[in-house]
Design a protein around this ligand. Structure first.
Ligand code: RIB
Ligand code: CA
Length: 303
C-alpha cells in the first residue's frame, strides 16, 4: 500500500526534483501539491508546479497557499532559482488549472478524508503548515509525520545561522516545531553532504528522456563553484521511500524568532544540554551515492 503524502513547496529547482521523485515512486501516493511563496512569488511557484506536473503527463491537484510569511516581509531566493523559479528552463504550458480550493482547504480535506495517516512533506517556508494546524487542529491526529527540509544544526545559507525556509517564516516554523506532530528534519547538515558534480548532472542529462534533459538544464543553472547543491528538498521525499539512506539523532529543536542577528536559527540541542523534549528526528548523515541513484532511477522512469 503506497503512503499518502502532500507536498507543500515553493518550486524552485530542488522542489522540482523532490516532486519528480514522489511522482515516480510506487511507494508514495502524492495526493496534493500546495504552494507557499519563498523561492519565488506565489504566482510563479504555483504556475511552476502546474507546468512540472503537466510536463510529466500527470494531473495532481495544485492548490495555492500563502503569498508571504505570517509576520515578516517575503524574502525570495531569486538568485538561486532565477526570475522564473526554474532557472529559466521552459517546460511548456500546463494542461490543467490551479485548484479552486485554497491550500488550507485542500490540505484539511485530504487529511481528514484519508483512511490512512497522511505525511506532509514541507519543503518551503512553513506558513501553510502553521496556518493549517492553527485553523484546523483536528487534522493533527491524522498526520503521520512532517518531513521537513529546513534548518540546520550548524550554520545557515541565508544568514550565518539561518537556513532559507526557516528564515523566511520563523514564526510559522515555531508553531510547527512546537505542535507535537512527529517531525523528521532534513537540515543543511545533511543536505549539503549531497553535492552534485558535473558528472552527476551529465548522468541525468544523458538518460535519454525529456525529463532528464529538463532537470539537467535546471541543475546547470543551480551550478555554483563546481557543484550544484540541489539535493535539499529531495531528502524529505527520499526518506519516505528508503529510510535506510539516512542517519538520525532525536533532538530538541527551538526556533529563534526574536534575534536581531539570529532570526530563523534552528537551535538544535544535539548534545542534550537543555533536557527539553526531543521534538524532531534530525538527519545528520546520508548515503550520497544511493540517494543520487534513487533520483537518477526516478527520472529514468518518467517521460
Ligand atoms: O535552504 C534550501 C531550501 O530553500 C530549499 O527548500 C530550497 O528550495 C529553498 O526553498
Ligand atoms: Ca523549497
Amino acid at each position: 500500500m503506497s503512503k499518502p503524502i502532500i507536498i507543500d513547496c515553493d518550486p524552485g529547482i530542488d522542489d522540482a526534483l523532490a516532486i519528480l521523485l514522489a511522482i515516480s515512486s510506487d511507494e508514495l501516493d502524492l495526493k496534493l501539491i500546495t504552494t507557499c511563496a519563498g523561492n519565488q512569488t506565489s504566482e510563479k511557484i504555483t504556475t511552476n508546479a502546474l507546468k512540472l506536473v503537466s510536463f510529466v503527463g500527470e494531473e495532481i491537484e495544485v492548490a495555492r497557499g500563502a503569498i508571504g510569511p505570517l509576520l515578516h516581509e517575503l524574502v525570495l531566493a531569486d538568485v538561486a532559482h532565477g526570475e522564473s523559479g526554474f532557472g529559466g528552463v521552459e517546460l511548456g504550458a500546463p494542461h490543467y488549472s490551479v485548484s479552486s480550493r485554497t491550500a488550507l482547504e485542500a490540505m484539511r480535506d485530504t487529511i481528514l478524508q484519508s483512511s490512512e495517516k497522511v505525511t506532509i512533506v514541507a519543503i518551503g517556508p512553513l506558513t501553510n503548515v502553521a496556518l493549517l494546524i492553527k485553523s484546523y487542529p483536528e487534522v493533527m491526529e491524522n498526520i503521520d509525520q512532517l518531513s521537513i527540509m529546513g534548518g540546520a544544526c550548524d550554520g545557515g545559507n541565508r544568514t550565518p545561522v539561518a537556513e532559507f525556509n526557516i528564515y523566511v517564516d520563523p514564526d510559522a516554523a515555531k508553531i510547527v516545531f512546537d505542535s507535537g506532530i512527529p517531525i523528521t528534519m532534513f537540515g543543511l547538515d545533511v543536505t549539503n553532504k549531497i553535492p552534485m558534480y558535473k558528472e552527476d548532472i551529465d548522468r541525468i542529462r544523458f538518460i535519454g528522456n525529456k525529463t532528464g534533459k529538463a532537470v539537467a538544464s535546471m541543475l546547470d543553472f543551480y551550478f555554483r563553484d563546481g557543484r550544484a547543491d540541489a539535493m535539499h528538498d529531495p531528502c524529505a521525499v527520499a526518506n519516505l521511500i528508503d529510510p535506510s539512506l539516512f542517519t538520525f539523532i532525536p533532538c530538541n529543536v527551538e526556533i529563534e524568532t526574536k534575534g536581531e542577528f539570529t532570526r530563523g536559527q534552528t537551535v538544535v540541542d544535539k548534545k542534550e544540554r537543555t533536557g527539553k523534549p526531543k521534538n524532531a528526528n534530525v538527519a545528520f548523515d546520508v548515503d550520497r551515492e544511493r540517494i543520487l541513484d534513487l533520483l537518477y532511477n526516478a527520472i529514468e522512469k518518467l517521460k
